[in-house]
Ligand binder design. Structure first.
Ligand code: CTP
Length: 428
């Protein structure tokens, strides 16, 4: 998606504030860098500068907040969301930041930015009091956590007469940051479908208790983010975790292993790559008590557990030619032996093994130390951030897939020639 490789596309969202006129200059600066700019304005922005100005400068129709033409806006906002290599909102009012933080989609701009899978950047501009307000600051913190790039406003004399932070940052600075993000965003995985599982499952015992494990979901979320950043079509199946949903990723939630099993089976068929970082519980209670289980008054309490389905093993049985399935093995001992056994038993192409007893590896930390185990060998990586590990896992899975697909083609060629012999040129 996005503009052709030669010409990157920025969708410029313009929201209402005195700094709107600076967005015209920003548009020009971006164009001078060879960027194709499409503009979406809010109704309030149109009070400061007419859409015609942006239309003339950009050479494209300006999408304005209007639902008056239902047949076209539906198509238009999705088309713009897909076209963007970067979605830049400048100036961004406190209002649009609040809407984005909450996922509100009530006009053309908020709807389109919610739909985009492109990196998003905001350059806020507002009165100092509004900027300092905890509501605005908390909204920005939420957006930053989700990966939105923020070009903080400059401090100075504001149009409203106040002195302080809130002035739109210099357009050359905003344009430079935009170019940085654009050059960092390689979309080499566009068209590839990748499904990632993440987080623990919860198996209820009674209405107030459940069995779970220490999986935080961080590794799986980092993988989903890394794949989405490179343009893949990502589906994330997530257990209950305290993490923000990554931008541009389709999120489906499960609570129990059985729910994960059903979701995974329903969606695995049309995926190219499946990366299973989830930690689904192997067992669940044989019976879930309908009422809170009471203390046994001195007696031991015996809990009877029954086995859950092994999701990875079940998916492995139906793996299609060309699909690549990656699993994890979080171990405390004999890491490689266990990993190799899981690779074979679950019909996986790679296991990401880690010894969770090592410092910097495992649960609820931002780093990991992993070893890639494939049929052809092992590769140990040093201590890295989970984001870096995620990049490496995605790259390795993609390389495995390329190898498998090429081998299949070579096999098909060999089989063809074995049956029909070499193709000879026609004699005239
Ligand atoms: N897995 C799964 N379904 C389960 C348990 C695990 O799909 N019921 C997947 C995990 O997502 C992971 C891989 O299998 O990718 C290995 O998980 P792990 O818990 O290490 O292995 P188990 O098969 O559960 O074996 P054990 O608990 O005996 O180590």
């Amino acid at each position: 998606m996005g503009a052709p490789e030669s010409k990157k596309c920025v969708v410029l969202g313009v929201t209402g504030g005195i700094a709107v006129y600076k967005a015209c200059v920003l548009l020009r600066v971006l164009q001078k860098q060879g960027i194709d700019v499409y503009v979406i304005m809010t109704k309030n922005a149109c009070r400061f500068v007419a859409p015609l100005t942006f239309e003339t400068l950009s050479g494209h129709p300006v999408a304005v907040d209007t639902f008056e033409r239902p047949a076209t806006w539906e198509v238009e906002h999705i088309a713009l969301a897909k076209r963007a290599d970067l979605f830049l909102i400048a100036p961004a009012t406190a209002n649009i930041l609040a809407k984005m933080a909450c996922g509100i989609a009530d006009d053309m701009l908020s709807t389109t930015v919610l739909a985009t899978r492109a990196p998003v950047m905001v350059a806020p501009a507002m009165n100092t009091g509004m900027w300092d307000n905890p509501a605005t600051q908390e909204n920005l913190a939420v957006l930053t956590r989700r990966g939105v790039h923020v070009v903080s406003p400059a401090t100075g004399h504001l149009a409203c007469g106040d002195q302080g932070a809130g002035k739109l940052e210099d357009v050359s600075v905003i344009a430079a940051r935009a170019m940085e993000v654009l050059s960092a965003s390689r979309k080499d995985l566009s068209g590839l479908r990748i499904m990632v599982t993440a987080g623990p499952s919860r198996e209820a015992l009674d209405p107030v208790r459940y069995i779970t494990n220490r999986s935080s979901g961080k590794m799986g979320y980092a993988i989903a983010r890394a794949a989405a950043r490179r343009g893949a079509d990502v589906t994330l199946l997530t257990g209950p975790v305290a993490l923000e949903a990554p931008q541009g990723v389709r999120v489906l939630r499960f609570t129990t292993t059985q729910e994960l099993y059903e979701l995974a089976l329903a969606h695995a068929g049309n995926q190219d790559i499946l990366i299973q970082a989830a930690a689904p519980a192997d067992y669940r209670a044989q019976e879930i008590a309908q009422q809170k289980i009471k203390k046994q008054r001195g007696e031991d309490f015996v809990l009877r557990l029954i086995e859950n389905p092994d999701v990875a093993a079940a998916l492995g049985k139906d793996k299609r030619a060309g699909q690549v399935f990656v699993g994890f093995a979080a171990e405390t001992n004999d890491v490689l032996e266990h990993a190799q056994e899981k690779l074979r038993k679950k019909n996986l192409d790679m296991i990401v093994a880690n010894d969770v007893t090592r410092e910097g590896a495992g649960f609820d930390v931002d780093t990991n130390i992993v070893t890639f185990v494939t049929q052809d060998g092992i590769e140990s990586l040093p201590l890295m951030s989970k984001d870096e590990v995620a990049e490496r896992i995605v790259s390795r899975a993609v390389a495995l897939r390329a190898y498998i697909v090429l081998s299949a083609v070579a096999y098909a060629r060999r089989t063809f020639f074995a049956f029909f012999g070499p193709i000879r040129g026609k004699k005239s």
